[in-house]
Design a protein around this ligand. Structure first.
Ligand code: PLP
Length: 418
């Protein structure tokens, strides 16, 4: 007698409901979320073998696509030698990854600390700024997203995520994004200005060229450090190696995570100019530490991922395919102004702002039925973001746009229901 087939969807829902996240379980069930089973390149397969183009892309993690073979090979080889650091000896892979990151980073950004996530990179950057300047205040932007640990949450910009956890940390202030009027005053006594070169979770907000240069100047005038949060925009996502490169700007500190290991091993890092680093962390070697940070597996993955990004021309592909995706989304916006307010983006992060937050509840499940994943942005839920791997092809972009059209048509047909 053979065992009955396992119903993975039912099992996952029950486990999520009882052991993982009950409200999330209900939301995912309502939106018809399947179970992810296997992934390669731009495609995820579900429990029934159905293929989905991954345009949510783990919120920007899968720069090289899922399970890039060169990164997997590097990780497998490293795993045979040593997976995690013993911590008491030199770790040659960390040294190489840090050196490679310095080589590809803007200007004189040089010394890096390696951790495990974006929010952890932000926490370290904030600590570095306070220690280096002797000042406490950290300024960031309204609608920003920098993570959900207490420091990062304090400089992020969505009340819903902050309210249950007040009081947040002291000494944080928010200014309008892409607006430099009054920035100098806000920064006069600040340790740092933390800013995303393109606001991702705030709704894919692309500032005008000149904004980052003006930020650089304001920081230089006031002595505040310029921390560029490139956790989502960095490593090719925006059609530049780093989104700061769009203006040729060198920040004092840059934070990274998501695409740094090409989507194979969790990793984060922040990299600083040597004088900033030395002023902040230079005197005591263990001021800032992380047990798992800089482990051999993550660093081997990052080294391979940085090579693939450069050698396979993915930054250029992000720019070209990004233009195709944005042009298609703008065509749809022009055809359905009652549903789409605006489409905007830079490289392969494209946001489609809806006229009503509720329409996303029809569009995203409809896209899923058509075999394409997409997701809301965390701080502005009327924006659907599309962030496919940088290896995406013209034909895959066309398929995603066709799925978006199906979703938007459905929303249009239901207009007035809300
Ligand atoms: N910074 C930015 C710009 C982000 O987009 C995110 C996550 O979306 C973070 C920080 C936090 O990263 P993580 O979720 O890895 O903690």
């Amino acid at each position: 007698m053979t065992d009955p087939p396992i119903d993975l969807a039912a099992e996952a829902f029950e486990n999520y409901k009882r052991f993982v996240n009950p409200p999330l379980a209900r939301v995912m069930k309502l939106s018809g979320s399947p179970v992810e089973v296997r992934a390669r390149g731009c495609t995820i397969w579900d429990q029934n073998g159905k293929a989905y183009l991954d345009f949510a892309g783990g919120y920007g993690v899968f720069t090289l696509g899922h399970s890039h073979p060169r990164v997997l090979a590097a990780v497998r080889a490293q795993m045979e030698l040593m997976s995690l650091s013993g911590k008491t000896m030199f770790n040659v892979v960390l040294g190489r990854a840090a050196r490679r990151l310095a080589e590809i980073s803007p200007g004189d950004l040089q010394i890096s600390f390696w951790c495990n996530s974006g929010t952890e990179a932000i926490e370290g950057a904030i600590k570095l700024a306070r220690a280096a300047t002797g000042r406490a205040k950290i300024v960031s932007t309204i609608d920003a997203f920098h993570g959900k640990t207490m420091g990062a949450l304090s400089i992020s910009g969505r009340e819903t995520f902050q309210t249950p956890f007040r009081p947040l940390l002291e000494g944080f202030a928010h200014v309008a994004y892409a607006d430099t009027a009054g920035l100098g005053d806000a920064l006069s006594d600040a340790a740092a200005f933390v800013v995303e070169p393109v606001q991702g979770e705030g709704g894919v907000n692309v500032p005008p060229v000149g904004y980052l240069r003006a930020v650089r100047e304001a920081c230089d005038r006031t002595g505040a450090l310029f921390i560029a949060d490139e956790v989502q925009t960095g490593l090719g996502r925006c059609g530049y190696r780093f989104a700061c490169d769009r203006e040729g700007i060198v920040p004092d500190v840059m934070t990274l995570a998501k695409g740094l290991s090409g989507g194979v091993i969790p990793v984060g890092a922040f990299i600083a100019r040597p004088d900033v680093w030395n002023r902040g962390f230079g005197k005591a070697p263990l001021l800032h530490t992380s047990t798992f940070g800089g482990n051999e597996l993550a660093c081997a993955a990052a080294l391979a991922a940085m090579d693939v990004l450069e050698e396979d021309g993915l930054i250029e592909n992000a720019r070209i395919r990004g233009e195709q995706l944005l042009a298609g989304a703008r065509d749809l916006a022009a055809q359905f102004p009652a549903v789409i307010r605006e489409a905007r983006g830079l490289g392969l992060v494209v946001g489609v702002e809806l006229t009503n937050e509720g329409y996303g509840g029809w569009i995203i499940p409809e896209m899923l039925k058509a075999g394409v994943t997409a997701a809301w942005t965390l701080n502005l839920q009327r924006v659907i973001r599309m962030e496919p791997p940088l290896i995406v092809t013209a034909e895959e972009v066309d398929r995603a746009l066709a799925a978006l059209r199906e979703g938007v048509t459905t929303a249009y047909e239901k207009l007035g229901v809300l």
